[in-house]
Unconditional design. Structure first.
Length: 616
């Protein structure tokens, strides 16, 4: 294609015509951006910009990194990219060979109509947490990232808070990923942990015997293959044990409890054996033997299933060894340990013993399990799209690469919205390029913000170091308002009045954005007495128009006509670690932004240009 041209036609009259190879005309883009937000993201094929086109048509990079400001069209361009790839490679690529990892279940609903509008089937969509739940949810109670961030935002009074923060950063790092790789090499020589095989309270094969057998295999055989060999050996041991067990007294007791159908089955089997052998023997003795085998086989079935699923490998003990045994700690972790390592170890092990895993432990635990028992790689997936990539740790990205070995990866994110305690992969661009090598990686930076009005962008970019690099699109609106109130009662009264007024003015989607889930629940209880409002939780599956009350971290990736920040005071938002959370909340607004403050406004506001907002 050598030329792309767009037209605006009204009542059969040609109003505007321009070539879009360089940039789209401001008039058409302003019309599109000036509309109300929808319950689902709409196709933006009419408003594609030149830099977004580079994302859509990139067909060579194994790793495509898109760093873009809030509202720069990262997700829209990524979905257009999916449609383009499905169209271009329609003979060899299907929608079910592409997967989108989104920030939360509600986001999946929000983007669900884009690809069908473009004439393509929806690709696979999930969240990283949903994948982890499928893999480990039966073994442990898994903490999710939202519970973790609630702790980060509210747990500062906990005496273990600093140790937890340091543990999150270390366990999410590339250093810990490499440490587990060294641990695997160590386990090939020593240290494997097994569970004994028990039957009715008796030990059939002890853990030490299993370990001896394991290390008797050729050291050149991988851990996973040795576990497979162990499985076959243990199944034979169980079969031999079952033959001996047939004559035990408990078997006779169980035979007496069998129903008529079981007896009939045994009789038919006995007759077949007699016909084959032409032998004459006591029917009673043969019937007893067959019934005994049936009873023992049925009773051993759960144990055989347990062995086939490799449950005899004690992965939980293996993971705990990383925090318990000083010899392993020194050999595996090397010099990368945090200062409060002993507290981190104590906290981690107590959590595991309670049958739970911290969010920062889930991926490392699963990675160790995969390294030991064999990787569940998915070779069918050809493209992986990761939205809000700044929320992923280096450890998680390297794990995803192992999970989808044949796939190309597109990572979309905004470092200025990296609100989690671990180090973001976007902070370390070398980590992302190291995934597939610099020759196979490309980074595209989007600096123009289209979502919000020029006034909102000029206000929000002032909260960030280096925010002047963000370029607002020339769409005019009202300056953000900072409304200082005397206390909580006044705060609720003001918000109720403003929500009612905004709805009367025609604003279709209004978000009251709170700092965390607890505050959101409290605000919902107050406002819902007078206003029809929906409380958004981490389990909310669909995005709809109306008034939403939502924690800031759940609002990522979506947009609203009007955003009202509930209590943006300095008491609520003052720590440096909360700067990006506050920025994320404010940048959800398309047309109008009000920040309410019970007392002095947050320093993230007062340190900005006072001309960029109206204070009242």
């Amino acid at each position: 294609m050598t030329l792309k041209r767009q037209f605006v036609i009204r009542r059969r009259n040609l109003k505007v015509m321009f070539d879009t190879g360089v940039t789209i005309g401001d008039e058409l883009l302003q019309q599109v951006l000036g509309r109300s937000s929808d319950a689902q993201m709409k196709s933006i094929v009419a408003t594609i910009q030149k830099e977004q086109n580079r994302i859509i048509r990139n067909d060579t990079s194994r790793m495509l990194i898109v760093q873009g400001a809030a509202g720069s069209g990262k997700t829209s361009a990524a979905l257009q990219r999916v449609a383009y790839l499905l169209y271009k490679h329609r003979e060899t690529l299907r929608a079910d060979q592409m997967i989108l990892f989104s920030p939360n279940p509600m986001f999946n609903s929000y983007v669900s109509t884009v690809l069908p509008e473009l004439g393509e089937e929806n690709m696979l969509q999930t969240t990283f947490q949903e994948y982890l739940e499928r893999r480990l949810g039966r073994e442990f109670q898994l903490e999710d990232p939202f519970v973790q961030i609630e702790y980060v935002l509210t747990g500062e009074e906990d005496e273990l808070y600093q140790a937890r923060m340091d543990g999150i950063r270390y366990k999410s790092s590339l250093q810990f990923f490499e440490a587990i790789g060294r641990y695997k090499a160590l386990l090939e020589r020593k240290g494997m942990k097994f569970k004994p095989l028990r039957f009715m309270g008796r030990e059939i094969v002890g853990a030490e015997a299993i370990s001896e057998r394991f290390y008797a295999y050729d050291p050149a055989i991988t851990l996973a293959n040795r576990c497979e060999l162990l499985k076959e050996w243990l199944l034979k041991e169980i079969a031999a044990f079952g033959k001996e067990e047939v004559n035990q007294p408990w078997v006779d007791e169980q035979i007496q409890l069998l129903d008529t159908e079981d007896y009939q089955r045994a009789y038919q089997r006995m007759r077949r054996q007699q016909q084959k052998s032409n032998d004459h023997f006591s029917e009673y003795e043969e019937e007893r033997t067959i019934l005994g085998r049936m009873v023992v086989s049925e009773r051993l079935k759960p144990l055989r299933k347990w062995i086939k699923s490799l449950r005899f490998v004690d992965v939980t003990k293996l993971y705990c060894q990383l925090f318990e045994q000083s010899e392993i700690v020194q050999e595996v972790h090397m010099d990368a340990l945090p200062e409060d390592w002993s507290l981190i170890c104590e906290h981690t092990i107590s959590k595991i013993k309670a049958g739970e895993l911290f969010y920062e432990d889930i991926t490392p635990f699963l990675y160790l399990k995969e390294m030991t028992l064999g990787f569940h790689s998915n070779h069918a997936i050809r493209h992986v799209i990761i939205d809000e990539a700044q929320d992923y740790s280096p450890f998680q990205l390297f794990f995803l690469k192992r999970l989808f070995p044949r796939a190309r990866m597109t990572a979309l994110g905004d470092l200025n919205q990296a609100i989690y305690a671990h180090s973001s992969v976007l902070q370390q661009s070398a980590v992302l390029t190291d995934l597939y090598g610099s020759d196979n990686s490309e980074q595209i930076i989007l600096q123009q913000s289209y979502r919000s009005t020029r006034e909102i962008v000029e206000f929000t970019r002032g909260m960030l170091p280096g925010g002047e690099a963000i370029i607002p699109f020339n769409r005019a609106g009202e300056k953000p308002e900072v409304i200082v109130v005397s206390g909580q009662d006044d705060l609720f009264t003001q918000i109720k009045e403003d929500v009612t007024a905004l709805r009367n003015e025609g604003y279709e989607s209004i978000a009251v954005i709170c700092k965390n889930a607890e505050e959101s629940k409290e605000v919902h209880e107050h406002l819902s007495k007078d206003i029809e409002a929906r409380l958004i939780k981490k389990t909310t599956l669909s995005f709809e128009k109306g008034v939403h009350i939502i924690p800031a971290y759940l609002a990522k990736g979506v947009e609203f006509d009007a955003v009202l920040i509930f209590d943006g005071s300095n008491d609520k938002y003052t720590r440096e670690s909360e700067r990006k959370l506050f920025y994320t909340a404010c940048t959800r607004a398309m047309h109008l932004l009000h920040v309410y403050s019970a007392g002095e406004p947050s320093r993230f506001i007062t340190e900005t240009d006072q001309e960029s907002y109206v204070r009242r």
